[in-house]
Design a binder for this molecule. Structure first.
Ligand code: ZN
Ligand code: ZN
Length: 318
């Protein structure tokens, strides 16, 4: 089958990747739409030393006989061992033996087909089109921030990096009632946030601004330092994006200013799909985030496009 894979330290398109054979309790999903995110770009550059089919944001149709056959699905990306304390408790996200679709030890969705455990499937509501349902995974990641901080109307939040993920986080926190400012390097990067009615600011102007919470979604190694400069004493920094290289972190400032630092990764897929289904405002917002659509056969060019400055979501269609 056609697949966009990373091996031998490069990304290439192949039409001879073996179609997956679902294991016990797994189903075959025919991919109908996939999205490229910053993690894919980092992996292409060597992050996580992943080899195999890229892609963890996708929608598809189940082709395996059984209760899911013919249904449109989004897929939770963490595949835990199913037996450890974490899998049996809070979930597979922190299972030490987990696989993560397209990121760690398991093929992802930049291909014609993928095989996933049935327990990872989430039905996509009929009124949520593929090009929006493909945002379920990054929207879930954005919702995760709202799960981790206590939001109140007077909470002043800055989201650094108004890109493909940062935009979603800013919108989620604003919907939850916080006073949100989207912060970017370039004026052009703030246009979407402004269209969504959010306050905006340039990164040079937020040092000393004393935000209660600063979310670093920059994907840059200096993001944490920028966040630390913008947060108030005893405030909270949410570290949201991996940047693939060690960042320089001034732990003294964390100690002296008594900052809270929260790491944040995957979030609740079911809640994300529910938001896409019930909150019509997401429809227009997500359209604002789609910059280009590429055929899977042009996947290498699609990755290059997604890596251009200011480009948000690039979709891959089989
Ligand atoms: Zn992602
Ligand atoms: Zn486990």
């Amino acid at each position: 089958m056609l697949a966009l894979v990373r091996d031998e330290a490069r990304v290439r398109l192949t039409d001879t990747w073996p179609a997956p054979t679902p294991g016990p309790d797994e189903v075959l999903v025919r991919i109908t739409c996939a999205g490229i995110c910053g993690t894919d770009l980092a992996i292409a550059d060597g992050y996580a030393e992943f080899t195999g089919v890229l892609g963890h944001e996708f929608v598809g149709v189940v082709e395996t006989d059984g209760p899911w056959r013919g249904r449109r699905v989004a897929v939770g990306i963490n595949v835990g061992c199913g037996a450890c304390r974490r899998c049996l408790g809070p979930g597979p996200e922190h299972c030490a033996r987990r696989q993560v679709l397209g990121i760690r030890g398991r093929d992802g969705g930049f291909a014609e087909y993928t095989a996933v455990p049935a327990r990872n499937l989430h039905a996509v509501p009929d009124d949520v089109a593929d090009a929006r349902a493909v945002f379920a995974e990054p929207l879930a990641a954005a919702l995760r921030v709202a799960e981790q901080i206590q939001i109140r109307p007077s909470l002043r939040v800055a989201v650094l990096g108004p890109g493909r993920l940062g935009s979603l986080i800013a919108a989620v926190l604003a919907r939850a009632g916080a006073d949100v400012t989207a912060v970017g390097r370039r004026e052009s990067s703030l246009a979407v946030a402004r269209r969504w009615g959010l306050a905006t600011a340039a990164i040079e102007d937020v040092a000393g601004a004393d935000f209660d919470v600063v979310v670093d979604a920059t994907g840059h190694r200096d993001g944490f330092a920028r966040a630390a400069a913008a947060v108030r004493p005893e405030g909270t920094i949410v570290v949201k994006s991996t940047c693939g290289v060690p960042a320089a972190v001034d732990l003294d400032s964390v100690v002296v200013r008594e900052l809270r630092v929260i790491g944040s990764r995957c979030g609740p897929m079911a809640a994300a799909l529910r938001a896409l289904h019930t909150d019509g405002a997401w429809r227009d917002r997500l359209d604002d985030l789609i910059d280009a659509r590429f055929a899977l056969a042009d996947g290498v060019a699609a990755l290059a496009r997604a890596a251009e400055p200011g480009v948000r979501k690039v979709l891959l269609l089989p």
